[in-house]
Write a protein that binds this ligand. Structure first.
Ligand code: SAM
Length: 272
């Protein structure tokens, strides 16, 4: 039998003092934590509590985190605050530039470094850039991979054809998502965690379970599922002030309004 290894800096003799750490699968996080230099203005970023929870549970100070869909850098900002090194990639140069500025403005009490690259995470070139940076810092592998892809075309992030939000259909989106998993999984240490944050979508009156489809793609690439958490979503900009309208539509058209997304935790299997 495999002995459990400690992936974090938690002192389990004081386990009952970690009141900020979530251990249940229902995440009622509420409003975003807008402390530090986080931005609420990017429609499509996740709340800082997600990378915070993942890093506290599944990394130690001085470990390395990779985020191939870095957006405005929520993961990297939390990494700096928590003393984790981190590398992000995004297709959009404006995201990369803003992430750079924000991480520079973040207080860095543990003197870690973070880097961010413009790149297509489905492509080998992006992985090579990340690998080069890892080697320059002396990391053989990373200790956490955080994936927060577009939820297909729910939000269109750019006009770039490589953007997952421009995938022609669900199959094309899933194929591109799987390419990102295959591209970055080799950089993750065995028995370490991949965190997937994703939600479902509607198309032509049908609920498309993107979350479960993406979960399948991760599982078939050398991972096992450790936890599937359901997190509340607060009104986003698109629906702000329109809740009554959505409630009416739900009653009329026999569906339920999305109020959740998934935070899934996978462990990379060891090669026997
Ligand atoms: C859901 S957002 C991530 C937001 C991020 N978690 C944050 O808090 O800011 C998805 C991001 O993936 C990027 N993206 C889409 N396709 C990509 C690709 N092929 N390679 C790299 N980034 C991509 C988009 O530009 C967008 O910024």
């Amino acid at each position: 039998m495999r002995l459990p290894t400690q992936l974090n800096d938690l002192d389990l003799t004081a386990w009952d003092t970690y009141e900020d750490l979530i251990t249940d699968s229902l995440w009622l996080v509420g409003r975003r934590d807008n402390g530090s230099v986080h931005s609420a203005e990017y429609w499509g970023n996740f709340v800082p509590q997600i990378p915070y929870q993942a890093m506290r549970r599944f990394t130690k100070r001085g470990d390395l985190v990779i985020d191939p869909f870095v957006g405005l850098g929520t993961t990297l900002i939390e990494a700096v605050r928590l003393g984790r090194w981190a590398i992000g990639v995004d297709l959009q140069p404006s995201c990369v530039e803003q992430t750079r500025q924000r991480t520079r403005l973040t207080e860095n009490p543990h003197r870690v470094q973070v880097e961010v690259f413009v790149g297509d995470s489905t492509h080998e070139e992006a992985r090579l850039l990340v690998q080069q940076q890892m080697r320059a810092w002396g990391f053989e592998q990373a200790q956490l991979l955080i994936l927060h892809p577009p939820y297909h075309d729910i939000i269109k992030f750019s006009n770039l054809p490589e953007d997952l939000s421009n995938a022609a259909d669900t199959d094309a989106f899933l194929a591109a998502f799987e390419r990102v998993v295959r591209n970055f999984a080799p950089l993750l240490e065995e028995r370490r965690f991949l965190v997937l944050v994703v939600g479902d979508k509607y198309a032509k009156g049908e609920w498309i379970p993107l979350g479960f489809y993406c979960m399948e793609r991760v599982l078939r690439n050398g991972f096992r599922l450790k936890s599937l958490c359901v997190k509340d979503i607060q009104e986003n900009r698109g629906k702000r002030g329109q809740y009554s309208l959505w409630r009416y539509r739900a009653l009329k058209h026999n569906f339920y309004v999305f109020k959740h997304e998934y935070v899934m935790f996978f462990e990379k299997l060891a090669q026997e």
